[in-house]
Design a binder for this molecule. Sequence first.
Ligand code: NDP
Length: 385
Amino acid sequence: MTRSFLYISLLGAKIHSDHFGIVLSDGWFVHVQQYGYTLDGSTDSKEHSLADSDNTVHKVVIIGSGPSGWTSAIYAARANLDPVVYVGVAKQDPGPILPGGQLMLTTDVENYPGFPDGVAGPEMMMKFEQQARRFGTTVVGQDIVRCDFSTDGSPHTLHTSEGDQVKAHAVIVSTGATANWLGLESEMALATTGGGVSACAVCDGALPAFRDQPLAVIGGGDTALEEATYLSKFGSKVYIIHRRDELRGSKVMQERFLSNENSEVLWNKVVLECLSNPDEHGSEKLYAIRLKDTVTGEESELPVKGMFVAIGHTPATKFLRDSGLEFDDAGYIDLKTRSSKTNIAGVFAAGDVADATYRQAVTAAGMGCQASIDAEHWLGDQGLN
Ligand code: NDP
């Protein structure tokens, strides 16, 4: 296994790591182990852009590089469709968004078949990418920022973050989903400056600032329970703050969380404000959150050094808003049938961007496989393969 220095470029700052994870200059911690995997589009292993002067029409362009995107690429490449994957660019919006998707912010994945001892999320994504490349996938380190999908049988046109136009007969959208935030001004201010607010406990929870400190997780679903259980290894006390009197998460995960001596659920509470004061370097750091009881209306202050928001995800479809694609009420791409077909001919969707229900790496990979086979059949029907 290659053991090269891993680096990532985020908001213009070069960040590096020599082992286990990376601490971004603004305080974000990303668990990306050094598998020789490079994450930003400026690495020599990825194309900066595809020549847009030769009027090439690609058979398949895949947007997104999580489990569904790479699986689509593996299948498309093996079907000689010469797929091109736009992996996206690392950014902060307001939390970290990385090529490779949510698994880049995950430590051990224990439920993906074929890895009996578990596998680190970033390592798994590296393996997916290697497999896709092995069969000839082209990888481009840019975002797709707009899509002009055609409805008259002519190729679709995709616009990249560097101003290129890319044409493709078939497009597979695999852009995943990103974490939701409460939307408080104080939350955002601290989240974007490493002040103790995060939407990813497994990314940030092991930071020294959170060790042996009281911590809060907001939300009542499985993500909140999983993150809070993980944090109970580091924090002196871990609170789940839930707006109702009943958790949405599964019983088994509730039991796992509550079996920790340092864990507690605060029921019927919402966060009004994140309270901070400056540290010795003048950076604002969280010291407490102001809560409101949803039943009594009573307000209180809870001293915590970390707040982890775990209130669900939003599909990454903003760039598709005017594309003519149809979405469901929650903003996920609406798949008309069990297949990956969207309402536009030649446009397919796979993974979390089109799945509000399962949202697992293995289901996303399965959907990626479906999308590639659907695209292959569609191209065949059009005489384009
Ligand atoms: P969910 O949608 O299941 O839960 C979101 C939680 O956040 C809910 O409890 C909701 O409250 C709360 N919430 C939403 N908006 C706000 C808000 N503005 N303020 C306060 N609280 C809010 O999302 P999850 O990410 O937890 O789970 C998504 C899916 O992924 C589920 O199917 C889950 O089972 C699965 N999952 C599975 C895991 C596993 O099996 N290992 C791990 C993690 C997730 P309310 O309940 O009142 O609506």
